[in-house]
Design a protein around this ligand. Structure first.
Ligand code: GTP
Ligand code: MN
Ligand code: MN
Length: 372
């Protein structure tokens, strides 16, 4: 049966990504991969607004429950601007988008991707280096720029850190982290967050959220964990911060702010190719019997755990959209620490993610549906 496109079901027509179920990888990977390149290119140019527009298009397409075959099927759907629709049309008609191909082969995009692929190097630094003509690691090395500790580690482990972390490797890191956490604080709980909690099969790092059922027991925990990891020779690099979060009478901080103030540690683990870990790709570059893996450790008091879990599960767009929904549709500000109701002028407590969605008037979306 041909003819008119079917009316989009309400949850697909929803304009906020947090109102939709978005599985990984979705049924339109050709389209989402292309839009992701354009989003990334805009982000690397420092054009956040344009990047966000492409991310929203990408998210919408990933949430569709079948493969799109013609532009007409997208009629009436939100989040798809003229530019995205042109790219989609190109892909549907020709199998490729000339704009995406040009972007991918442009010297600027390639250099910016390579430079921001160094741990510790953000868009601003990469831009400055690129302007000076630096396009490769070799050129960076001979440029005479002094690198900070994070960037030095980033260059040193560049190949390993740019090789995706597999599920098996994430599980092996989980075993290591759980062992260490339980040895320094019995009863503490370790939860896998980030992309792996969303069901992704690979990631750029492994994210963990750590808490203890007795509020206060978690204070200072990050230092004990780091000391134990170091004594076992498991850390190649770490940078930690202590908890600076305080509830204020005026309510949670800026809703758009994505930074939180938990005790945390951005680190690089030394994952050895031993019995707990049997993946074939388990060796690092240069034939070492171990590889470097990026690991984020975040410690949350139990009273904030649900918010921290929601905040550290992602995806980045899902988080952004949830915060935007909270402010615009509910006059609430949501962070990884708390939810503040601006009308009632009070914090809303929650001990599970389900309760937070309920406070926000959103239908619950399970972690595997948050891949916007
Ligand atoms: P891959 O690691 O690339 O597989 O994807 P990911 O979704 O796990 O990304 P990432 O590890 O960068 O981040 C995981 C989640 O933590 C995302 O939802 C981020 O928004 C969130 N996140 C990352 N850094 C911060 C931060 O400094 N503060 C807060 N609150 N959240 C952060
Ligand atoms: Mn991650
Ligand atoms: Mn991370």
């Amino acid at each position: 049966q041909q003819g008119d496109p079917v009316e989009a079901p309400a949850f697909l027509a929803a304009s906020y990504a947090c109102q939709r179920n978005t599985p990984q990888p979705g049924h339109n990977t050709l389209l989402t991969a292309a839009l992701s390149v354009l989003a990334e290119s805009a982000e690397l140019n420092g054009d956040e607004g344009r990047g966000l527009a492409f991310r929203r298009s990408e998210g919408l397409l990933r949430s569709l429950d079948r493969r799109v075959q013609g532009l007409a099927e997208l009629r009436g759907l939100p989040c798809l601007g003229d530019h995205s629709r042109r790219v989609i049309q190109d892909l549907l008609e020709n199998g490729v988008s000339s704009e995406v191909e040009e972007t991918k082969s442009s010297p600027r995009y390639k250099a910016m991707k390579l430079l921001t692929g160094i741990f510790g190097v953000g868009v601003k630094t990469a831009k400055r280096w690129f302007t000076e003509g630096i396009c490769s690691l070799a050129q960076l090395e001979t440029s005479g720029h002094s690198l900070n500790a994070a960037q030095q580690a980033g260059v040193c482990y560049y190949t390993d850190l740019n090789q995706p972390v597999s599920r098996e490797e994430a599980d092996a890191v989980s075993v290591m982290v759980e062992g260490v956490v339980h040895s320094v604080l019995p009863g503490a709980r370790v939860t896998l967050a980030g992309g792996f909690r969303r069901g992704k099969m690979s990631g750029h790092d492994v994210d963990f959220l750590i808490t203890h059922p007795d509020e206060g027991k978690e204070e200072g925990l990050i230092h004990k964990i780091i000391a134990c990891l170091e004594s076992r020779g498991l850390l190649l690099y770490q940078q930690n911060t202590r908890n600076t979060y305080r509830e204020s009478a005026k309510g949670a901080g800026r809703p758009s702010s994505s930074m939180d103030r938990f005790e945390r540690c951005f680190s690089i683990f030394k994952l050895t190719n031993d019995s707990s870990y049997t993946a074939d790709n388990g060796t690092g570059s240069g034939g070492r019997p171990w590889r470097a893996v990026r690991v984020d450790l975040v410690v949350s008091p139990i009273s904030q755990f649900a918010f921290a879990l929601l905040g550290w599960t992602g995806s980045k767009l899902f988080e952004r959209e949830t915060r935007r929904w909270a402010v615009r549709e509910r006059s609430m500000s949501l962070s990884s620490h708390a939810l503040y109701d601006r009308n009632q002028e009070r914090y809303l407590r929650a001990s599970s993610e389900e309760e937070i969605f309920a406070h926000l008037g959103l239908e619950y979306v399970s972690p595997t549906g948050r891949n916007a």
